[in-house]
Design a protein around this ligand. Structure first.
Ligand code: HEM
Ligand code: HEM
Length: 137
C-alpha cells in the first residue's frame, strides 16, 4: 500500500494548498479547519503511512493495511466535505455523517497501529541508501 498512500497523499496536498490559496485570495477563512485536515490527515499522515509501509513492506501487504487505506480514504473526504457543507450553510444537519466518517478514520488509525505491532516484531528495515534489508531490535 506504500505507493497508493504516497500518491493519494500528494493529491490531498494539492487539494489542501489550493484551498489555502483560495482562502487567502478571497479572504474567507471559514474553511481553515478543512484546509488544515486535508493537509494534516491527507498529506502529512498519509505520506507518513506511505513511508512506513515502504520501509516495512511486510506490514504493507496485509489485509489490515488495505482496510486501513480504504477506511482513511473513505472517511477523510466524507468527514471534510460534511464539515465544509455544515460550515458554509451554518447548519449542523450533517453532524452524524461527520462523526461516522471521523470514526472510520480513527478505526483506520487503530488498525494501522495493530498492523505495525503485529508485523514489526521480527521486522527488517529497508535502507534508503543501499535498498538492503537489515533486522531491527
Ligand atoms: C501554499 C500553501 C498554503 C497556503 C496558501 C495556506 C493558507 C492558509 C490560510 C489562508 C489559513 C487560514 C489562516 C487564518 O485562519 O487566519 C491557513 C490555516 C492553516 N493551515 Fe495553511 N496554507 C498552506 C499550506 C499548509 C500546509 C502544508 C499545512 C500543514 C501541513 C497547513 C496547515 C494549516 C493549519 C493547521 C491551519 C490552521 C491554523 C489555525 O487554526 O490558526 N497549511 N492556511
Ligand atoms: C479523525 C481524526 C481527527 C479528528 C476527528 C479531528 C477533529 C478536530 C476538530 C473537531 C478540531 C476543531 C476544529 C475547529 O475548531 O473548527 C480540530 C482542530 C485541529 N486539528 Fe484535528 N482532528 C483529527 C486529526 C488531526 C490530526 C491527525 C492532526 C495533525 C496531524 C490534526 C490537527 C489539528 C489542528 C492543527 C487543529 C486546529 C486547526 C484549526 O481547526 O483551525 N487533527 N481537529
Amino acid at each position: 500500500m506504500a505507493k497508493s498512500f504516497l500518491k493519494i497523499a500528494a493529491v490531498y496536498f494539492s487539494i489542501g494548498v489550493l484551498l489555502g490559496l483560495t482562502m487567502g485570495i478571497i479572504h474567507d477563512f471559514r474553511l481553515a479547519s478543512v484546509h488544515a485536515h486535508f493537509n494534516l490527515l491527507g498529506w502529512v499522515s498519509m505520506a507518513l503511512f506511505g513511508l512506513v509501509y515502504h520501509f516495512y513492506p511486510q506490514a504493507s501487504e496485509t489485509g489490515l493495511a488495505k482496510t486501513h487505506f480504504w477506511l482513511h480514504n473513505i472517511g477523510l473526504p466524507v468527514m471534510q466535505l460534511s464539515i465544509a457543507v455544515m460550515t458554509l450553510t451554518d447548519s449542523m444537519a450533517l453532524l452524524p455523517v461527520a462523526i461516522i466518517a471521523s470514526l472510520l478514520v480513527v478505526i483506520g488509525v487503530l488498525l494501522f497501529t495493530v498492523n505495525l505491532f503485529r508485523q514489526l516484531g521480527a521486522a527488517s528495515v529497508k535502507s534508503p541508501v543501499s535498498g538492503k534489508h537489515t533486522s531491527m531490535k
